[in-house]
Design a protein around this ligand. Structure first.
Ligand code: NAD
Length: 435
């Protein structure tokens, strides 16, 4: 296939070398003449394991060349990968100027081109960039998206130092967009690349790299803070982390990674606070660990503001324990929401299949009577009564078909789902908390 690669920086140079190894004809386009010259002499523009051999061989086999001439590259390729830099500007936003400049150059070339052209953004961008780039090209070239060209997103997941191997063995290939011609072309290029290939919404593909890198940064910061604490307390850091990593059910797993409502209960808040205080008492700074409770409280504040936006006085809460499947009300974040809404004058009704007023005992009973003194008068005995009394239902519990049917019968009921129940999402007035 004839491919153009816009820019010969890290990602561009690796793409050039790897695509040529797959047998494609690749033209690199960079504004930096020195980089073009290096490629045309069979030399890489970066240092990374194996890239020198790929560029040398690609050049010897006449599969690689570099130019400053964007129009010539567009006319001699059917697909363009854009890999230009997207550095932070002085306020920290991603600066998309390089990618917009490339879009303008593509727009100048396209009117001279017969046939469809696929443009693939490989740079890390912001949600909405592909649509913006498509518009820039369409406005300036008078070519029609979907008919003459398309803009797709295929984020690059390589790591410097291991880039060639990562290109050929990615954890996942993500393609954002819906243009079938373009997607088929990318799939053809990657047909021998292992790993799952997922076609997703444009905005998902534009955001995934930001998410990945933020999570990687979060993991590093977490591990370093644990190291800080364990070193100061003479705990074997390596053994501690090793044991932590061996739990693939709850720690290194999908557990706790679904957007939903705030955490609570008798363990997470207590033990997190204890760890933070251990650090504090040892005069250690652990800003990440310290920020977790703040972040969790913010979710509670958000839930309250969003509930208030409904401007409804009679609110029903279905599910009041700290998580589904228990009657434990201690540190239940929804109880905080309820308490604060009552304080603001809202009329509140509660229902939870698992919370039986007369069976609450011990600290659980003491806790709820202290936090919500009118708890007994607010808790209803059946779901139908709850539905009859309210105009807004806050969903904090999974139910079954019978319960969902009852909810759907209440056509005018406003729903605010805190825990993501897909079965309810087609209700006319369904609102998801974090989705
Ligand atoms: N470096 C990595 O490990 C890595 C990994 C994955 C994704 N990314 C993302 O990929 C993108 C590129 O990163 P990089 O590290 O390869 O960037 P880089 O800074 O190494 O390369 C950018 C290149 O773009 C060229 N350029 C600038 N404007 C141009 C234009 N108008 N036309 C042609 N060339 C132009 C520059 O001369 C330079 O060679 C970024 O969005 C980055 O976040 C980087």
């Amino acid at each position: 296939m004839k491919i153009s690669v816009f820019c010969l920086g890290y990602v561009g140079c690796v793409s050039l070398g790897c695509l040529s190894k797959m047998g494609h004809n690749v033209i690199g386009v960079d504004i930096n003449e020195h980089k073009n010259d290096l490629i045309n002499r069979g030399l890489p523009t970066i240092i990374d394991k194996g890239i020198d051999i790929l560029i040398k061989k690609g050049r010897e086999n006449s599969l690689i060349r570099a130019t400053q001439n964007a129009t010539e590259a567009i006319l001699n390729s059917e697909i363009s990968f854009i890999c230009v830099g997207t550095p932070n500007d002085k306020n920290g936003h991603l600066n998309l100027n390089q990618i917009k400049t490339v879009a303008s150059k593509i727009a100048i070339a396209l009117p001279q081109k017969v046939g469809f052209h696929t443009i693939v953004i490989r740079s890390t961008v912001l949600p909405g960039t592909a649509e913006e780039i498509s518009k820039i090209i369409a406005d300036a070239s008078h070519k029609i998206p979907g008919k003459d060209f398309c803009v797709l997103v295929n984020p690059e997941f390589l790591r410097e130092g291991n880039a060639v191997d990562d290109f050929f063995n990615p954890s996942l290939t993500v393609i954002g967009g819906s243009d079938k011609k373009g997607i088929d072309l990318i799939m053809e290029i990657y047909k021998n690349i292992p790993g799952a290939k997922r076609v997703v919404d444009l905005r998902v593909s534009e955001t995934i790299k930001l998410l990945n890198n933020s999570f990687h940064a979060l993991k590093i910061a977490f591990a370093n803070e644990i190291g800080t604490i364990s070193k100061a307390l003479d705990i074997n850091t390596h053994q501690l982390i090793d044991i932590f990593l061996q739990d693939n059910k709850l720690n290194i797993s999908q557990a706790y990674l679904q957007p939903g409502f705030a955490y609570g209960g008798s363990c997470l808040p207590k033990d997190l606070r204890a760890l933070n205080l251990i650090a504090h008492d040892a005069y250690l700074e652990t800003p990440l660990l310290n920020s977790i409770e703040k972040s969790n409280n913010h979710q509670i504040d958000r839930a309250i503001s969003l509930i208030e936006e409904f401007k409804i006085q009679n609110i029903g809460f279905w599910g009041i324990s700290f998580k589904d499947g228990t009657d434990d009300l201690r540190n239940s974040p929804i109880i905080q929401v309820i308490e604060r809404l009552i304080g603001k004058g809202y009329k509140v009704y509660l229902f939870d299949e698992q919370v039986n007023d007369s069976q609450l005992i011990g600290v659980n009973k003491e806790y709820i009577e202290k936090v919500l003194p009118h708890f007994h008068s607010l808790l209803l005995k059946d779901f139908d009564k709850l539905l009859n009394n309210v105009e807004l239902l806050v969903v904090n519990k999974k139910g079954d078909k019978t319960v969902y049917k009852k909810i759907f019968k209440n056509i005018e009921l406003r729903l605010f789902d805190l825990i993501n129940i897909p079965e309810l999402s087609s209700h006319k007035y369904y609102h998801g908390f974090n989705w």
